[in-house]
Design a protein around this ligand. Structure first.
Ligand SMILES: [Zn+2]
Length: 99
């Protein structure tokens, strides 16, 4: 049986579903850095220590999410990192990951 006849799309969908809240958190984190930082600086007039703490907190939040992102981008069959743009099939082993 060829690898491209194996269907991992259901398993992969479950994986993506589990990742969804973390994906939202990553998005929120970017918003916090891009929008929240000028806001913290100009509106709340935080000093440099405050800004530093703010940035560290954002970085920690992002670091917490990254392992989940990496796991989601790994193939359910071969376990290899598939890259950021995932198509219908795993580029490395050829199994179907999306319907
Ligand atoms: Zn694979």
């Amino acid at each position: 049986m060829l690898n491209n006849e194996k269907d991992f799309s259901d398993q992969y969908r479950e994986k993506v579903k589990k990742f969804k809240p973390w994906g939202i958190l990553i998005f929120v984190d970017f918003v916090l850095i891009i929008v929240g930082l000028p806001f913290a600086y100009f509106v709340l007039s935080l000093n440099s220590t405050g800004i530093l703490i703010y940035l560290v907190l954002c970085a920690i939040l992002l670091l917490v999410c990254v392992p989940f992102l990496i796991t989601t981008l790994k193939c359910p069959n071969c376990g290899k990192f598939m890259g950021r743009d995932i198509g219908k099939y795993c580029p490395l082993c050829g199994v179907k990951i999306r319907k």
